[in-house]
Design a protein around this ligand. Structure first.
Ligand code: PLP
Length: 432
């Protein structure tokens, strides 16, 4: 498969280069040259295939022979080597629990897939490779764990000071070794901008081999399609209509992967972009005007994004046809108070504990289903409630059990370097 740069479609690269470079010139994102269709038999008979086989088949067309099939099979299997159950919450709404991986958030899948691809592609590289990544909360931990102790690779994570939860902060600051964490006086968009600037800085690129692990990277973005196939396989065990799929969205990588799977032939009734008060996309879907905004801090901090990178990929998928886009995606914006109410209400009514991101999704899907009562759907449960204990405990008034593995981590010391949202400070750190 070849990938072209959305900002300059003369720049065409293979999967390897897209993975290593992360983005093309003018900070453009890479996009597959064609949308490979799922085999119809395969799509109709998902229940006959193991999860590992589904993951492999989902990815194979995007990688071709750039990674040998037996290795790709292994990489795909390792990326999903934990439970991903679809559970029924209410009569109309189920949840795909994507949070049973090592850092208790869905980003583990993409991060594990990408780290393994990258270390395969760079195995003969003699320059030291630096993975530079901005995080609004969960990416950092997933990337840190995905790359921890991978030989020849250093990881530098930028996160907004005081805007990540205690568990998230430990997951990205306490590992040490080849992982460094920079605490930025600013918000997520500042972190993301610093990273983008570093990628276009000549001096940095002449001295370091820089790459990114954000969802702009195709090797992190594409494997997220697998969630939707695994969900559908389970969905069909107890439902016979196509699902409305509701995705808690920040940088829009996850939902964009779902939409890509849809364009390849995954049956879906409708998609919902569930946002917190950072509502650029819901606003766009309502008014046909895209206005990036400064990110606002909310309880669902991993979705505090004011200018979602992957939106341009979504536009490309829909061939910039607004009416088509609008017929397939609805957007909702849920504020913190409604988020807490959803956590509380779902716990009271159904005995299920949501965390803030999944609660935003639940509230959005519920609104949509109230308007479309003949439909049913599922949300993507993107994080484990213990990652956000303050919000969850405030809503449900019960103490959450911290898993043993997390307790160990919470005892470790936080190691960070604090910087301002100033590119020169980042540059000094990287070049020292
Ligand atoms: C990253 C994240 C999201 C948002 O995913 P995007 O792909 O950036 O839209 C939602 N929920 C949680 C818990 C996350 O960590």
């Amino acid at each position: 498969m070849k990938y072209y740069n959305l900002k300059d479609n003369h720049e065409v690269v293979d999967f390897k280069i897209a993975t290593i470079k992360s983005q093309g010139s003018q900070k453009g994102l890479f996009f597959p040259e064609s949308i490979p269709q799922f085999d119809k038999e395969f799509m109709q008979n998902l229940h006959l295939f193991s999860d590992e086989e589904i993951a492999f088949r989902c990815m194979k067309d995007f990688i071709g022979d750039e990674i040998p099939s037996d290795l790709l099979r292994k990489i795909a299997a390792e990326a999903i080597s934990f439970d991903i159950p679809l559970k029924k919450i209410s009569e109309r709404i189920s949840v795909l629990e994507l949070f049973h991986g090592p850092t208790l958030a869905f980003k583990d899948v993409g991060a594990r897939f990408m780290s393994r691809c990258l270390s395969y592609f760079l195995k003969d590289q003699d320059k030291k490779v630096t993975v530079l990544v901005a995080t609004s909360g969960d990416t950092g931990g997933a990337v840190a764990h995905g790359f921890y102790n991978v030989p020849g690779i250093n990881v530098v994570i930028l996160y907004p000071k005081n805007r990540v939860s205690a568990v998230q902060e430990k997951q990205l600051t306490a590992l040490g070794g080849n992982i460094s964490a920079l605490e930025v006086n600013g918000n997520f968009d500042d972190c993301q901008n610093l990273v983008k600037q570093a990628f276009s800085d000549e001096k940095i690129n002449s001295e370091l081999f820089l790459t990114s692990a954000n969802s702009i990277n195709v090797a992190r973005w594409l494997p997220q399609q697998i969630y939707y196939l695994l969900a559908l396989k389970q969905w069909r065990q107890h439902e016979n209509q196509d699902p409305v799929i509701c995705v808690p969205s920040g940088n829009f990588g996850n939902i964009c992967a779902g939409l890509l799977a849809y364009f390849r032939g995954l049956p879906a009734e409708h998609f919902i972009a569930a946002c917190n008060e950072n509502d650029v996309v819901p606003d766009y879907l309502k008014n046909y005007q895209y206005h990036p905004k400064k990110a606002i801090a909310t309880l669902s901090n991993a979705m505090d994004v004011g200018d979602p990178s992957n939106f341009t990929r979504i536009m490309e998928l829909f061939d910039h046809q607004f009416d088509h886009l609008k017929s397939m995606i609805s957007g909702y914006s849920i504020d913190d108070q409604s988020t807490l109410q959803a956590i509380q209400g779902v716990h009271e009514k159904y005995g299920y504990i949501l965390e803030p991101h999944s609660a935003v999704a639940f509230a959005s899907l519920e609104q949509y289903l109230d308007e479309n009562p003949e439909k049913k759907g599922f949300i993507l449960g993107t994080a484990h409630p213990v990652k956000f204990p303050e919000a969850v405990e405030k809503a449900v008034h019960i103490k959450l059990e911290i898993p043993e593995a997390l307790n160990e981590l919470m005892k470790k010391e936080k190691k960070t370097v604090e910087i301002n949202a100033d590119f020169e400070e980042l540059k000094r750190f990287l070049l020292k």
